[in-house]
Design a protein around this ligand. Structure first.
Ligand code: ADP
Ligand code: MG
Length: 558
């Protein structure tokens, strides 16, 4: 559909000033230019936008780009206008446009000047917009952040579900879908829901060699974070916390301890958020303490630390958040503080959600927990989760490779667990299997004849978290299959059946012990529950009031 004489590499130079393509961009662009459906799975920062922007510039007609966030669309439109002579080359269509702006957009569209039209899914589903777009020459549809279509993605947006219908009503043209979420489940959801099952798939590696992965037990956490940040003063760091309250408390505690830190969460007003974000980007502050509200679209290449005060609710979120470190290819350290209690807390949040969402949420949480508890190479584990095989035995850049955990043989316990799974005959999820093992009679188990559960109460010599961990590791090592389609019901795999016939060693990690590594001269740490911290906090409030600024601003340079 492109004008045949055009060469992608020279067009790349002409429109974007880049001399060569990154990764698979060129093949992707050619596939789109050939009018084929295309599915791009590429990590954040990989250069997905160009995969539709360039073909749009090279093709007659208008490409419709669906994107979930107004801010992301505006950035791209500004960038495209910068590359082009004509402001009309790219437009956003949304409900906040003035009458005059709408007239301009329509004029440019009808005159064929506009190569890229960005729309939010809500706008694309609107009758009047569909009517207008039906009359235009559309080159292709690009669905950015396509994981929003899937409930298994980290950012489900119900409006994405109607895209297929809208596209068919406007007139089916080639589709390019793009996402940085690589789980096979999300991938198949996207293809089905968009109706692009036959799309050519371009999947880049998600491995980031420069990132160091570490999970620490959540003990004495504030002291650990303060030590870490003090030792790395002057380097950029993001500390993620689950709650807004924690964000504010921790930010203040860091300040009190002489660390340049600012809070960021959706409860702060917009101008404060912008100010704190700018302070971070311009390096007036080293550390941003934030909820997940911080990060989307923020591009600071030299973030050296991403610290998770709490385990994220899924491995997708973990990968996205940790992925903000070391964008420049330099050092990036990812330290996650993990406690099983946090998982229980997250499960409680889930309990308030609709049932279907709960089940999905629990599965995702299980995976996150399983990652935190694994003794395997973290890189290998994470990549495996994203459907990628990491060949090396030792990555040399994660805690489990650099400092292997002590293991013990849990052959007998695995045998017992596998026998239980077998006896339960594909009826139960991990929770019920554990309940059988520890003899915890739930309503669900009451309906089952105890004769069919000979393993009842045979595992009381270990606590339930031991059994959960063992089952998770058995899943990871392929002895048990977990049927995601059936909400995680357990079933023995071939190798599980073989294990029962002929048990072999099954090594499980012992829990890592926490050792306080702070040296006596690493400086005093003022803890959140210290008398001194409380005094300083009160004092800060008082000064803030006198100065007429919020408490977190007291320690900022004027
Ligand atoms: P993604 O959407 O995959 O997260 P973006 O499309 O936002 O990534 O691109 C990330 C960065 O890479 C941008 O700053 C972009 O300008 C840059 N980029 C993309 N393609 C190239 C290229 N071929 N050469 C150099 N830089 C590129
Ligand atoms: Mg993008």
């Amino acid at each position: 559909m492109a004008e045949a004489h055009l060469n992608p590499t020279s067009e790349l130079k002409k429109y974007f000033g880049f001399s060569k393509f990154k990764g698979e961009q060129e093949d992707i662009v050619k596939n789109v230019l050939n009018g084929q459906d295309t599915f791009v799975i590429m990590p954040t920062g990989g250069g997905k936008s160009l995969c539709y922007q360039l073909p749009a510039m090279m093709t007659e007609g208008t490409a419709i780009v669906v994107s979930p966030l107004i801010a992301l669309m505006k950035n791209q439109v500004d960038a495209m206008r910068g590359f082009s002579q004509h402001d009309g080359v790219a437009h956003v269509l949304n409900s906040s446009l003035t009458k005059k702006e709408i007239t301009q957009v329509k004029e440019d569209l009808y005159n064929g000047v506009t190569r890229l039209l960005y729309v939010a899914p809500e706008s694309l589903n609107k009758e009047e917009n569909i009517e207008m777009l039906r009359e235009l020459k559309i080159s292709f549809f690009a669905i950015d952040e396509a994981h929003c279509i899937s409930e298994w993605g980290h950012d489900f947006r119900p409006e994405y579900r109607n895209l297929k219908h809208a596209i068919e009503t406007i007139g089916r043209k080639p589709i390019i879908a793009l996402t940085a979420t690589a789980t096979p489940k999300v991938q198949s959801d996207i293809m089905k829901t968009l109706g692009v099952e036959h799309a050519r798939v371009f999947k880049s590696s998600f491995n980031r060699d420069n990132l160091y992965y570490e999970v620490r037990p959540k003990e004495d956490i504030e002291r650990q974070i303060i030590r870490l940040l003090r030792e790395n003063a002057g380097k950029s760091a993001i500390v993620y916390c689950l709650s807004r309250q924690k964000v504010e408390d921790l930010a203040q505690q860091l300040q009190v301890n002489g660390i340049k830190a600012l809070p960021y969460h959706a409860g702060l007003d917009a101008s404060t958020r912008v100010r704190h974000q700018d302070a971070f980007l311009s390096e007036d502050t080293d550390v941003i303490v934030a909820t997940i509200a911080f990060g989307m679209g923020i591009d600071k290449p030299d973030v050296r630390y991403v610290i998770h005060h709490d385990m994220p609710k899924s491995l997708e979120s973990y990968y996205q958040e940790t992925g903000r470190a070391g964008r420049d290819g330099g050092e990036g350290n990812l330290i996650t503080f993990y406690s099983y209690k946090d998982i229980e807390k997250l499960e409680k949040f889930l309990a308030k959600k609709p049932v279907a969402e709960q089940e999905i949420g629990k599965q995702l949480l299980q995976e996150a927990m399983s990652y935190a508890e694994t003794s395997m190479c973290r890189r290998r584990y994470l990549l495996y989760y994203f459907g990628e095989v990491y060949e090396q035995e030792n990555c040399g850049n994660c805690d489990n490779c650099n400092n292997p955990q002590k293991l013990h043989d849990a052959k007998d316990q695995l045998l017992l667990a596998l026998q239980t799974v077998k006896a339960a005959n594909q009826k139960f999820k991990a929770q019920q299997i554990v309940n059988i093992l520890i003899g915890n009679l739930t309503a669900l188990l009451k309906n089952h004849n105890s004769d069919t559960l000979p393993q009842w109460g045979k595992g009381t010599d270990h606590p339930d978290r031991f059994w959960h961990n063992l089952i998770r590791q058995a899943v990871v090592q392929g002895y048990i299959d977990r049927e995601i389609e059936l909400y995680g019901v357990l079933r023995l795999s071939e190798s599980g059946l073989k294990f029962i016939e002929e048990p072999v060693a099954f090594m499980l990690p012992e829990e890592r012990e926490y050792v306080d590594k702070s040296s006596p001269n690493s400086g005093q740490v003022i803890a959140l529950d210290d008398q001194l911290f409380k005094m300083l906090k009160d004092l800060t409030r008082k000064v803030a009031k006198e100065k007429g600024v919020p408490p977190y601003a007291v320690f900022m340079e004027p």
